[in-house]
Design a protein around this ligand. Sequence first.
Ligand SMILES: NC(=O)c1ccc[n+]([C@@H]2O[C@H](COP(=O)([O-])OP(=O)(O)OC[C@H]3O[C@@H](n4cnc5c(N)ncnc54)[C@H](OP(=O)(O)O)[C@@H]3O)[C@@H](O)[C@H]2O)c1
Length: 330
Amino acid sequence: MNINKVCVLGGTGFVGSAIVSKLAAMGIKTRLISRHPERHRDLLVLPNVEVVEADVNDFNRLSYYLHNIDAVINLIGILNDNTLDGAGFRRMHIDFPKLLVQACQKNNIKRLVHMSALHADAGTAPSHYLRSKGEGENHLHIYSDKGIQITTFRPSVIFGPNDDFFNRFAKLLKVTPLICPVPRANSRFAPVFVGDVADSIVKHLTDPNSNGLRIDLCGPHTYSMMEIMQYTASVLGIKRKFIALPDRLSRLMAHMSDIANSIPLISPAMNMLIPGFKEARFSIDNYRSLLVDSVCDDAETQKTAIEDIVPQYLGEQNSQHRYDKFRSGA
Ligand SMILES: NC(=O)c1ccc[n+]([C@@H]2O[C@H](COP(=O)([O-])OP(=O)(O)OC[C@H]3O[C@@H](n4cnc5c(N)ncnc54)[C@H](OP(=O)(O)O)[C@@H]3O)[C@@H](O)[C@H]2O)c1
């Protein structure tokens, strides 16, 4: 498949930046559509990258920027929704892909790669996040028989510098006193490295045999939430006593977090008053997503383990490491 110019939606985000770097290195031109292009000037240093400003939910603007594009990669997604009925998730994970596929048809685009999530399922998933991801994915795959080659990626949690996983836990641990309660402590993950995710997406982008595939992506090892927290603390060089929260308390904590976030001004005030409040956000929808272990049964298992990469970016924050660096520089 001959692809010269790709539009990456959500290309300014954590996964998007990794993909855009790889496409740039391959000499493929990329157009990124962002709500805030001024925040992403760093991406402009990459060759053949353009960042344009638009609201992707505006069909005319979206269509305009898909002109002369050979393939689209859609990474737009949200993990938290301020509505309690899942309307925000449905808007971005179902309504937006529907709009996008129409805009692709209008511009005669024949290749669409879409980012979903592991265990997304329109019918049986326990959370709005996973159900909406599943429904969006199903809708797009109808078009793989209608002239658009569709491939969906379904990763477990993704890690790497600037992730919202280990970095969030690190911030939280630094402000948590000696005892740290862990909700859903037995929930399991198979963290997959962002570089491996980007490699897989870029590899499949030009492969015509990928049409119709839904590809699960997992890292080489699985860990419980408790193990992830303990590992993060060990990389940071801080000692905490971790306590697994009983399930009822995990749910209560999630409900309280949603209530605090739904009251105007309460959330910003809490962020100012309570260190770590923002990082500790754990909604009832997050809780429900964790009822399904984020591990693969049958997947493209990727090679890079958390132990290969996480110390490179969290280790900088280790107090002993900072002290050694200061001493060697003195
Ligand atoms: N990170 C993970 O662990 C993980 C795991 C499984 C699946 N995924 C999926 O992978 C995709 C990428 O994740 P990520 O971690 O890279 O996310 P991210 O860093 O939050 O980036 C998301 C991107 O989507 C755009 N976006 C967000 N909300 C939007 C809205 N309301 N309207 C328009 N654009 C919006 C943002 O662009 P602008 O702000 O520039 O407009 C941003 O570039 C998502 O679909 C996510 O659900 C991620």
